[in-house]
Ligand binder design. Structure first.
Ligand SMILES: Cc1cc2nc3c(=O)[nH]c(=O)nc-3n(C[C@H](O)[C@H](O)[C@H](O)COP(=O)(O)OP(=O)(O)OC[C@H]3O[C@@H](n4cnc5c(N)ncnc54)[C@H](O)[C@@H]3O)c2cc1C
Length: 408
């Protein structure tokens, strides 16, 4: 197990500076344009691919970094550059992690490379779990997967919503119900290979923030995939379902939900995104406060402004520490006995909302315009308290973990 450290080593610092260079030189200057266009910034993803910043190798290296700091460091720098463009770059990772967590070695080797493509032909992937009637309440999922034994195929029907890269992805990972009697224990994940008939994009959403990231519905109409597309394989699924039925029958101990454990481990990454956006807005506000003069002195000379900046920076640092702790715990297999993953996401996402709002205030009228980036950062920050579990759901997870009570 790697010792927990507050300091990046020299290699990590070099990688961080390299990502920061891309974020500052390529992403920042393009951020306002892609926000207005509300389109996936393919040329920027391609540039990232050319230097190896959008590649399976790079993310695998960060994901398996035993210090746990590889992913939070990467997320913070990219989202410091621009949240919408960054999500277009890292959105594929959500689908990749879904395969990594549940797939066989063969599935991992076959599908994850196809999610990224290569520098000459970049691709993205989508992870589709949410549905119109199943957001926070994952157990209400309706998309059905039925096994056609004669053909060894699964047939999927349903509508997914809010899918990042949905419909434009090369590979879609879809969560569907295989046994409706088991609630969320009766779910399984499937690969939908490129060009599979029956999968189509529904409406593309026009959003408040992270507008350079594509978010859309995904419609599955009689989608047939080979048995080999069930993540983990049929044997493992049958065993898991049998155990769940047994437990349901005996009314015994609650089954530990694998999906929830995965979420708990992936939440610090979202926290790190929020830290990146918060830090970006704080830096703009600090610079502005030092140069903007009113009443014959820079506005930072007023405690009313300076103390806000002190609070902003304190919260950002506290959020980063919580994110790093949870990431280290996840990578080193430490149990989240106090829901530390959820805590880090809750605190960092609320911090990003608060800090970006304070930055808008410090910039006054300028903060309210699209001439300055804090307006966009404030809109972008609103997503962190919503996706990968809303703040209310994080509080629910934390409170249940701490108390053992099934708080509703
Ligand atoms: C831009 C964007 C990208 C996304 N990307 C993806 C993706 O790639 N893949 C994917 O599967 N999903 C994705 N999502 C979906 C996201 O995870 C959901 O929006 C989120 O889980 C909330 O679900 P909901 O929108 O249905 O809200 P609801 O669940 O309807 O919640 C509405 C409100 O009620 C509150 N609430 C609900 N239940 C409770 C409760 N028990 N106690 C207290 N409060 C409660 C919520 O906190 C929230 O404030 C994305 C969403 C957005 C906006």
């Amino acid at each position: 197990m790697a010792e927990f450290s507050f300091e990046l080593d020299d290699d990590q610092k070099a990688v961080r500076d390299w990502i920061h260079g891309f974020a500052a030189d390529v992403m920042r200057p393009a951020a306002a344009e892609w926000d207005e266009r509300e389109e996936t910034p393919w040329p920027i993803i391609q540039e990232a691919a050319k230097i190896g910043l959008y590649s399976l190798d790079f993310y695998a290296q960060q994901y398996f970094d035993p210090t746990g700091l590889g992913i939070p460091m990467t997320m913070e720098e990219l989202f410091w550059g621009d949240a919408g463009i960054a999500l277009s770059i890292v959105g594929t990772g959500l689908a990749a992690v879904g395969v990594l967590a549940n797939g066989t070695e063969e599935q991992i080797g076959t599908w994850i490379p196809q999610m990224y493509g290569d520098a000459d032909d970049v691709k993205v992937a989508a992870f589709c779990s949410s549905e119109p009637d199943a957001g926070s309440d994952v157990g209400s999922m309706r998309t059905r997967a039925v096994y056609d034994e004669a053909k060894d195929e699964w047939v999927l029907n349903g509508t997914k919503t809010w899918a990042t890269n949905g419909g434009i992805a090369n590979v879609h990972v879809v969560v569907a119900v295989v046994d409706p009697d088991l609630g969320s224990k009766g779910h399984a994940s499937f690969i939908i290979p490129p060009g599979t008939p029956g999968l189509s994009q529904g409406q593309k959403f026009k959003k408040h923030g992270i507008r350079a990231s594509h978010t859309a519905e995904v419609v599955l109409d009689q989608v047939r995939v080979p048995g080999s597309c069930l993540l983990g394989g049929k044997e493992k699924l049958d065993e898991r379902l049998a155990r769940a039925r047994e437990r349901a029958k005996s009314g015994g101990e609650r089954l530990k939900n694998a999906a929830m454990a995965t979420f708990e481990a992936s939440r610090p990454a979202v926290g790190a995104m929020a830290v990146g956006t918060a830090r970006a807005a704080y830096e703009v506000a600090l610079d502005y406060a030092k140069t903007r003069e009113q009443f014959g002195r820079p506005i930072i000379d007023n405690q009313g402004v300076a103390f806000q900046l002190a609070d902003m920076r304190t919260r950002i640092d506290a959020a980063r520490l919580m994110v790093w702790r949870a990431s280290w715990m996840a990578v080193n297999g430490r149990p989240f006995e106090s829901a530390e993953g959820s805590m880090s996401k809750l605190f960092a996402s609320e911090t990003a909302k608060q800090v970006t709002a304070q930055a808008v205030q410090i910039l006054g009228g300028n903060g309210f315009t699209r001439e300055y980036p804090v307006e966009r950062m404030h809109r972008d920050a609103a997503i962190y308290t919503i996706f990968e579990g809303t703040s209310e759901i994080q509080r629910l997870v934390i409170a249940r973990t701490l108390s053992g009570v099934q708080i509703r």
